[in-house]
Write a protein that binds this ligand. Structure first.
Ligand code: SAH
Length: 338
């Protein structure tokens, strides 16, 4: 059945073929309030509710598995209407702030060597409705969600049309009403996407997965570097910063004996110079069968103290207790094998 999630009021109007415009606005508004059936929209005439229920639906996905850790974080594997799986994570820091990490695709084309999702290959883009459903399902489970990071499975800028539609609805006060500043898009470095975001009126935040500031090394683990070399990436980021006049984030996955040496730090310092940026360090989450190792506490401390000395701004992401299913794609990948 066709869902009405992800459509504008005008698209809903056209699809459901009601004469009165205000009806489609009412429906558009109501389906983002968490309701699961059209019956709950009691200000619609009964006949309209019935005909909506016969022809359309709201939710198309359902939670297949839910994993909680001791820190109040929750990871969900979501089954889509075609039987494929995607995943999202709700992160709590013990305050009002609850962040949901949302997927934009099933699988991914980017082929990053350290990432489980890459092993799945690319299956398909998520629709705007499926992107929004993750937020709605997450809110049902965790209550009000204050922030979104598009950092789950997939590359958000490789699904930019559906992402834009979903963001418009997330931001719209008549739908979800989440401020653009509370949303972050994480990219492996797709320059046209960064440029589009720079030109957008919305103040959405940007995170770029850097992982190495050495061209050759980054190419080894992130094939996208071949298409968008580091020098071009830096120019795009400088332009982004000029347009948006604000700080962004680099994500840097820490891989033992690979990107944590002195030459890596030197390159990182060089690459970050002239940019106002925060580096988010993420200890690599072990993915079975990959030729990488996660650093131990001591390696991380040494790396951090070197960054301190150079005055590089960083934060260290705390590990989440999801065991082997912690990192991008690991829960959905398991589902695929089962
Ligand atoms: N394609 C986007 C978003 C998805 S990946 C991007 O590249 O930013 C989200 C983040 O998870 C990226 O920063 C990526 O580097 C990181 N990541 C992927 N696999 C990981 C793993 N096994 N351990 C730790 N971080 C991982």
């Amino acid at each position: 059945m066709t869902t009405l999630l992800g459509l504008s009021p005008e698209e809903i109007q056209e699809l459901i073929q009601v004469k009165e415009k205000f009806r489609s606005k009412q429906i558009y508004h109501a389906i983002y309030s968490g309701i699961e059936s059209f019956d709950a929209i009691t200000d619609l005439p009964l006949s309209l509710r019935q005909s909506l229920a016969e022809n359309f639906c709201i939710f198309t996905s359902k939670v297949d598995t839910s994993l909680d850790d001791e820190g109040g974080n929750c990871k969900l594997r979501i089954e889509l209407s075609d039987g494929l799986f995607t995943e999202c994570v709700i992160l709590s820091d013990g305050t009002e702030r609850k962040t949901i990490c949302i997927s934009s695709q099933v699988g991914c084309k980017m082929g990053c060597a350290f990432c489980r999702t890459a092993d799945m290959g690319f299956k398909r883009n998520l629709t705007a409705g499926e992107i929004l459903e993750q937020y709605l399902i997450g809110s049902k489970i965790a209550g009000k969600l204050s922030n979104i990071v598009f950092m789950g499975m997939g590359e958000p800028f490789d699904n930019i049309d559906n992402l834009k539609k979903a963001i418009t609805i997330l931001n719209d006060k008549n739908a979800i009403g989440l401020g653009a500043r509370r949303m972050t898009i994480s990219t492996c470095g797709i320059i046209p996407g960064i440029q589009a975001l720079a030109q957008s009126k919305l103040e959405i935040r940007l995170a770029v997965s850097l992982n190495s500031a050495i061209e050759e090394k980054r190419r080894q683990i992130m094939p996208i570097t071949q298409r968008y070399p580091l020098s071009d990436l830096k120019s795009a980021l400088k332009a982004f910063q000029q347009d948006k006049n604000k700080r962004f984030t680099f994500e840097y996955v820490l891989i033992k004996d690979f990107n944590m040496g002195d030459e890596d730090i030197k390159a990182l310092r060089h690459f970050t110079s002239g940019l106002s940026v925060l580096v988010n360090l993420i200890p690599w989450n072990t993915v079975e069968g990959k030729p990488f190792q996660t650093p131990d506490r001591k390696d991380i401390n040494v790396f951090c103290s070197k960054l301190d000395k150079l005055g590089i701004n960083y934060t260290l992401r705390k590990r989440k207790g999801f065991g082997v299913s912690g990192a991008c794609g690991q829960l959905a990948y398991k589902a695929k094998k089962n």
